[in-house]
Write a new protein. Structure first.
Length: 319
């Protein structure tokens, strides 16, 4: 993993040996998309994969550098996530747990040689609201939004402690001013590119070509437009046949190892999606007052976000 760089300095008749260490990576990835939840990381992953010189990991969100059980699978497991073709310039992966986990930043720095990092940001209040709605429709949230935010603020984020494979930490994932500097301080501003998810949605070809330019790759003339992981707006009345709590009480009586198998069965899939994706659920209404309270809570983050993208949309960070 490391090789020694040796420098001899002769002073009179004394030889002093200096040994320095430089990262010598056997990890194939050199493009990291840390992502913040509900900013469009899944779409960006697929968009980047359309470039002939980029190979994004077969498995989205491997969480290799953040989740301990994934890390223990080792380098060989990680490298198998990527294509070995010789024409590939960048091999990348996207994991949302990296963005707010300092240990992941450290591991990436120590094990990945000269990585390029692209981070998607979304208006922090809208990101939080979308995150909350998503968790509610998965059956992993039952409180109204303000109570949910207060409850989760009492707990520290840890990637090894998901809630049925997902993470709440609503406020923490919107603290851009806290975590973006950790990335820039570790890797340098020239290695990091910040992207607005609103702009990616509005003009994906332009934003993708900006990303390719940042990576030193040729632009594309066209792309296949992608719409992944959108949080649906649910307006149907709660069904009498299945309720939020009853559906998920049943769901969580099934061991996780069997849940994964059941999801892939054609007959079960339809029912599973209704129970877990909120087809029969109504997300509690979020009032203008709720939004104002969240804006006040995230005032610093909103200012940080606006400053980045009003100062110079889709440019390299200069923090």
């Amino acid at each position: 993993m490391f090789f020694s760089r040796i420098l001899y300095l002769r002073i009179s008749k004394v030889t002093i040996l200096f040994v320095g260490f430089t990262v010598m990576s056997d990890y194939k990835a050199n493009l990291i998309i840390p992502g913040f939840p509900k900013t469009g990381t899944s779409s960006l992953h697929d968009y980047l994969n359309q470039h002939p010189e980029i190979n994004m990991s077969k498995k989205k969100e491997p969480h290799f550098f953040s989740v301990d059980k994934q890390w223990k699978k080792g380098r060989a497991y990680y490298n198998e996530l990527f294509d070995k073709s010789s024409n590939i310039v960048f091999r990348g992966e996207s994991s949302t747990t990296y963005c707010i986990w300092p240990e992941a930043i450290r591991k990436i720095s120590e094990n990945v040689k000269s990585p390029k990092i692209i981070i998607l940001l979304r208006d922090p209040v809208q990101r939080l609201i979308s995150h909350y709605k998503w968790m509610y429709k998965l059956g992993l949230e039952t409180d109204d939004i303000l109570n949910a935010v207060e409850r989760e603020s009492m707990f520290d984020f840890h990637p090894d402690k998901p809630v049925h494979g997902c993470y709440r930490s609503y406020i923490e994932f919107s603290l851009y001013s806290k975590y973006i500097p950790l990335w820039t301080n570790q890797f340098g501003a020239s290695s990091i590119y910040l992207v607005s998810s609103e702009q990616l949605l509005k003009d994906p070809l332009m934003i993708l070509n900006n990303c390719f330019n940042f990576l030193g790759l040729s632009p594309l003339d066209t792309i296949d437009v992608i719409n992944n992981n959108r949080t649906e707006e649910v307006s149907v009345v709660r069904s009498k046949l299945i309720s939020h709590k009853s559906a998920n009480r049943l769901r969580y009586r099934i061991p996780l190892k069997y849940q994964h198998w059941l999801r892939n069965q054609a007959l079960i899939k339809f029912i599973w999606q209704r129970a877990s994706l909120g087809k029969f659920l109504v997300v509690p209404s979020i009032s203008d007052k709720d939004v104002r309270m969240l804006e006040l809570r995230l005032k610093k983050e909103v200012a940080f976000y606006n400053d980045i993208f009003q100062r110079n949309l889709e440019n390299k960070v200069g923090l």
